[in-house]
Design a protein around this ligand. Structure first.
Ligand code: PHE
Length: 481
């Protein structure tokens, strides 16, 4: 049975893959811009507290749940208690929506990478648009679709290769490469005049944003934390299900949480000082990774060095995005493979991955075509649709509940904002109060492993995690009404 599903070759391979899943656009694109818009230091502080008291425990719970049964997001509930299968289904649905918008962004990152390659060989990679390229790209439906499709295909091909032959092979090379490039970029930016302001923004204590809008910061930091650690949607259950019994789960959970948080902070200390040095607004929003950093590389640095660093940086983001997107697709593939095995069929991973990628691709088309909601694009944004059918008068910059400006926001809000915390809350109640934390602790202690943090885990899981999640969900929904 085990061989039919596949297995990680070693614990290190598992760590690379899990860190690869966690580290992605969430860290390099999401973290800096959300921190930028939510008060820098204050956001960082709330994020760290949440990662330690909520994220870590949920991560461990997911690893243990997956490994104990050897099944993915849905399969574990199927075996443990059929009444809760819907928790797994929520996870698969989240994966579909996340991967849809994720791949569109991944495609854009790929386009920027290609642009810098072209610039390096002396061609005009930015189609004569210079730093206006971002806006131009959004209104170029064919390029958006082509790069979106390319990104999906890369994800699909790796997933088809399976756990050891595909995912593991890619992540063990990609993750160390990513760390090296990131350190290089940080070093380069650190020596730019004016960079210091960026560090101050992140690390100089400033509690004002918390007094002004505590729930706003909490909610954004929490959503970001779940998303960044790939939690609450069965991703780590899935990866855990391919891990050997002898490996130490708690150590792995600490390593993955720590590594992901470090990379997010590192992305911050690359992006924030870069903004400071080159006069870009921290709070420029989702475009920060594109518009602002292109300015940094192409205008601030310029010339060959600028193009080279630009290429390395976007290539790094691309790698990080792929190691995450494969884990999202894997949630879906594993769901299908487990079902096939459990119903006595020969599992067909390639077919499963192909089928789900197609569905996801279709779901993501509006994201690729609505120009992030700036209006008048190939595809109407949600608010434009509402205006035309319900006669409302929303516009791009304000009005829509939960600040949904475009399809990407809608999917993001649905998955990161609602389904992930809901999934995590249900899972934590399931572990804490249905099967009991002892189940997880026992799984951590198989084959003679000692679970040192068992008490901490128990308290987190029974009380802190559910309480925290309820506050987060309420804060989230409050925005809506
Ligand atoms: N953690 C990934 C990131 O930070 C995104 C992701 C979310 C991946 C959920 C898998 C599951 O980009």
């Amino acid at each position: 049975m085990e061989n039919k599903r596949g297995e990680w070759g070693s614990n290190l391979a598992f760590i690379f893959a899990a860190v690869g899943s966690a580290v992605g656009l969430g860290n390099i694109w999401g973290f800096p811009y959300k921190m930028g818009a939510n008060g820098g230091f204050a956001f960082l502080l709330v994020y760290l507290v949440l990662a330690i008291f909520v994220g870590l425990a949920v991560m461990l719970g997911e690893f243990a749940l997956g490994r104990s049964i050897g099944r993915g997001a849905v399969g574990v509930y199927q075996r443990l208690d059929k009444r809760f299968v819907w928790i797994g289904i929520i996870g698969v649905i989240s994966a579909l929506f996340i991967l849809a918008f994720y791949s569109v962004l991944g495609g854009m990152v790929l386009r920027y990478t290609v642009a810098y390659v072209l610039e390096l060989v002396g061609a005009d990679g930015f189609a004569g648009m210079g730093t206006d390229f971002f806006g131009y790209l959004l209104y170029d439906p064919s390029t958006m679709m082509i790069y979106y499709a390319l990104f999906m295909i890369v994800t699909l091909v790796i997933c088809m290769g399976g756990i050891k032959g595909g995912i593991e092979k890619f992540t063990t090379i990609a993750m160390p490469a990513l760390a090296v490039i990131l350190v290089g970029v940080i070093g380069f930016i650190a020596i730019q005049p004016g960079a210091i302001e960026g560090y101050k923004f992140m690390f100089a204590p400033n509690f004002e944003p918390l007094q002004e809008n505590f729930f706003g910061v909490l909610k954004t930091a929490a959503g970001q934390m779940f998303f960044s650690l790939s939690l609450g949607m069965g991703n780590m259950i899935t990866y855990g299900s391919y891990l050997k019994k002898k490996e130490n789960l708690q150590k792995n959970a600490v390593i993955v949480t720590f590594a992901d948080t470090c990379i997010a902070i590192m992305a911050g200390i690359a992006v924030m000082p870069a903004c400071a040095a080159f006069g870009v607004d921290y709070g420029s929003g989702p475009g920060l990774l594109f518009v602002s950093l292109q300015t940094v590389f192409s205008v601030g640095m310029g010339g060959f060095v600028g193009n080279l660093i630009g290429f390395l940086f976007y290539f790094l983001v691309f790698i990080a995005a792929v190691t995450s997107s494969i884990s999202l697709l894997e949630v879906c593939s594993t769901f299908a493979v487990d079902r096939q095995i459990d119903t006595g069929k020969e599992p067909n991973r390639k077919k499963a991955a192909g089928f789900f990628s197609l569905i996801i691709f279709i779901i993501g088309v509006p994201v690729a075509l609505d120009a992030l909601g700036s209006g008048g694009a190939a595809m109407l944004a949600p608010y434009e649709i509402l205006n035309s059918i319900a006669g409302t008068n929303y516009n791009f910059t304000d009005g829509m509940p939960m600040a949904i400006d475009c399809w990407l926001d809608l999917y993001d809000c649905l998955s990161e904002g609602i389904l992930m915390p809901l999934g995590a809350l249900s899972m934590s109640l399931f572990i804490g109060w249905v099967i009991g934390t002892k189940y997880i602790i026992d799984e951590c202690e198989v084959e003679g492993n000692k679970f040192i943090g068992a008490k901490f885990f128990e308290i987190c899981f029974k009380f802190i995690v559910p309480a925290g999640l309820i506050v987060i969900l309420v804060a989230q929904l409050q925005d809506f009404f």
